[in-house]
Each structure stands twice: as C-alpha cells, then as structure tokens.
Design a protein around this ligand. Structure first.
Ligand SMILES: [Cu+2]
Length: 118
C-alpha cells in the first residue's frame, strides 16, 4: 500500500491511465484530492492485474473517524503498461494518522498505518 501525492488522470501529460473499476477521482473533484491511496499487488514477484480489491480507511488522530470505503479503480502509470497496474484512487485527507484496510479477493484484510504531515 502506498500513499502518494494526488495524480492526474486527465489532460495532456496525465500521470495515470484509468482502466477499470470505479470512476477516477479527478483533480476537479470537490474537495480537490491531495493524496493517492493505492495498493500494488504482487504474486510471485509479478504484478497482479486482475483482482477484486476493497480499500477502506479511517482517521485515528487527531480525530477518530468511522471507516470510509474508497472507490477503487484499476490504473497503471500512463505509458508504462500493465506491469505498473495498481488499485485505489485519489482522495482528500487532512493531516493526521490513519489506518487503511485492504482486502484482495477472499484473503483476510491487511491493515496499514500511515501518517500524513501535509
Ligand atoms: Cu495510480
């Protein structure tokens, strides 16, 4: 799981190529996304292109929030092909500490913690 700066899906020089699942949260969305919460899946060292992926997250501090599910799309890095396939979306998150839960196919959920300083 990675938390990256928001990435563009549209326009010349778009960083991400959407290729399935939920709609991409674009830079014109309100609130304007500031992060890109994504899971890169590997099996036997190879990127996984097809999987059913669910991602949810919640803030732990400074405010504890309820779980929110992220609309998950599949994408790859524009021009780099399916070897860069990953799952997730752009979103807006305030500074703070978070936990995210990723469920892939029928596997048990895996939990990640991350802290955002901006
Ligand atoms: Cu991406």
């Amino acid at each position: 799981m990675k938390v990256l700066p928001a990435e563009t899906f549209e326009g010349a020089g778009a960083e991400m190529k959407w290729d399935g699942g939920a709609s991409a949260v674009t830079m014109n969305s309100a609130p304007k996304p500031n992060h890109h919460l994504v899971a890169f899946l590997k099996e036997g060292g190879k990127p996984v292109e097809n999987a059913s992926v669910m991602i949810s997250y919640r803030e732990l501090s400074p405010e504890k929030s309820d779980w929110t599910s992220l609309p998950v799309c599949r994408m790859h890095v524009a021009g780099k092909g399916m070897d860069t396939a990953h799952f997730g979306n752009n979103l807006w998150l305030a500074k703070g500490e978070y936990e995210a839960r990723v469920t892939v196919n029928k596997n048990p959920a895996v939990t990640f913690h991350f802290e955002l300083t901006k």
